[in-house]
Write a protein that binds this ligand. Sequence first.
Ligand code: PMP
Length: 367
Amino acid sequence: MHHHSERVYNFSAGPAVLPKVVLERIASEMISLPGVGSSILEVSHRGKVFTEYLNRARDGLRNTLKVPDEYEILFLQGGSRLQFAMLPMNFLRGTQKKAAYAVTGSWGKQALAEAERLGKAECVWSGEDQGFVDLPTAPFQLDANDYSYFYYVSNETIQGLQFPGEPQAGDVPLICDASSDFLHKPIDINRYGIIYACAQKNAGPAGLTIVIIRKEMIPSGNSDLPGYLDYHAHAANGSLFNTPPTFAIYVFALVIEWLNGEAGGLERMYELNHRKAKLLYDVIDRFQGVYRGHAKAECRSVMNVVFNFLDESLKEKFLMGAETAGLTSLAGHRSVGGIRASIYNAMPLEGVEKLADYMFDFAESNG
Ligand code: PMP
């Protein structure tokens, strides 16, 4: 059993595990940042100390994902849910154009529902009838004269489905919800109109939402939208339109530095993420009399490994044994059931090895 300050292997879908060295750093700087005499929680968002972290976060992200100058990086609040609404407010409301949505799981479905309230949002693909187990593979033949944007979710956190690469949508700008696989591998930002993510899964604590937006897409600032809901307000003010989530940005800066430092960079992280996911999927595939993976093999997520039991009654036993072994937060989302192991960047290989061993032993003794 885990007592007091001993750490477990936490497979939460989000907020989720953070690198231990980052947590230690935060703890050591919580009473006083070196040379400052106050913590990051206590200083002005316009002062020298926070400005340095804001720049480290922005520059660090720009370097890590090789974000071209044609793109702005915005640090916002409101979670990904606010983006579900802000995107159609800025790019759909008041136009004659439509927006195309690929509904590949729960989050794409929610985003479409929000957009439908604001304009002509069209579902161009849905996996719902099949139970969200696969993804579109054929290119979408869409015309930018008809569609403002094509929206998709790169990794469906609940169903554990992940696009292997960007879908093709003609000349229509791609808008990607990358909330649960942001920074898990190198990507070509030029493929996107906008890519965004809430931080609390793969990048930091809750409270911060990161939006990378092609500058030419930023509205002119003449809209009648409330200030906070207009991307222009944030871009024109360098993410200081209002007080940004300062603590979350500071932690994000530390996570980016960990990613490029101790973790060995994005390429290495991607290799490791693949190794980690394979360990779990291999056990699922080996014991097909016990486990059933949710996603079709070619759509499997390397971030959220979702599976069920052929004998549903084994779930509680599995979870109890896992908890005792120090493997926590493994229950699947209530809409899918079963187990979900979220193995984001900060989940160490040893944690996944321990889970794979546990799954192996569990299948041997319950198969
Ligand atoms: N999109 C995806 C893919 C998610 O996983 C989540 C959070 N589970 C959201 C959107 C919603 O994020 P938030 O709670 O920050 O609004």
